[in-house]
Design a binder for this molecule. Structure first.
Ligand code: SF4
Length: 217
């Protein structure tokens, strides 16, 4: 097992954040789960606040599902953090969701597909792979962020593990970003272009500095 601390011994998912509906992370309307914790440390990471293996919101798959209006969505997207560090819980979430509706499932991972197959970093990796229709794999490389497609950088592969989403042009589509204000803070959903990423980095830096200041008070 990689990573420093894991919280999934009872199949709970350590959820960094979720959204109940977005059209920025795959075809149709989707619910998204972002998990907390990633061992990969890509330079210029798209979600640096979700790298540490700290406890965020521990939720059972059933509790997560209760937040979603399954009949109103077309699919689920898993991102992070690193979803395959919490593979068992996410696989269970996918199975439970599909008992209610035949959703399609997209999953981002910083691991390469071959690494997942040949040296799975976790117990539930094959279980989760079985549920996924499209896997977007590989490290994020900032210099290869070309603002195109449902991936952070052009080295990442969009791998169709089933034929369900083959008709969608996930590689060359224009990216969408949704910006919301939650509890007075700006939140972005989608894959940022380099310009948006620098805005996000500034927001993250000032949030980090504010927290640091609060701790000093
Ligand atoms: S795999 Fe994703 S979350 Fe992990 S370090 Fe790379 S960009 Fe960040």
């Amino acid at each position: 097992m990689s990573g420093d601390t894991h919280f999934n011994s009872t199949n709970k998912v350590n959820v960094a954040s979720f959204t109940t509906h977005t059209s920025a992370l795959g075809p149709g309307i989707r619910a998204v789960v972002w998990v907390q914790g990633c061992p990969l440390h890509c330079r210029g990471c798209l979600a640096p606040g979700w790298i540490p293996f700290i406890q965020a919101n521990l939720m059972t798959p059933t509790e997560i599902l209760e937040k979603f209006e399954i009949q109103k969505i077309d699919g689920l997207t898993f991102s992070g953090g690193e979803p395959f560090e919490q593979a068992s819980g996410l696989a269970e979430l996918a199975r439970l969701a599909r008992k209610k509706k035949d959703l399609n499932i997209i999953c981002f991972t910083g691991y390469g597909y071959e690494r997942l197959l040949n040296h799975p970093p976790n117990d539930g990796v094959y279980e989760l792979l079985k549920e996924i229709d499209v896997l977007i794999d590989g490290s994020y490389i900032e210099s290869l962020n070309d603002s195109i497609g449902l991936r952070g950088s052009s080295n990442q592969r969009i791998i169709h593990l089933t034929s369900r989403l083959r008709l969608y042009d996930l590689e060359d589509q224009k990216r969408k970003i949704e910006v919301t204000i939650r509890d007075g803070e700006m939140a972005f959903v989608g894959i940022p272009t380099p310009g948006i990423k620098s805005v996000m980095d500034r927001a993250y830096k000032s949030e980090f500095e504010r927290m640091d200041e609060d701790e000093r008070l």
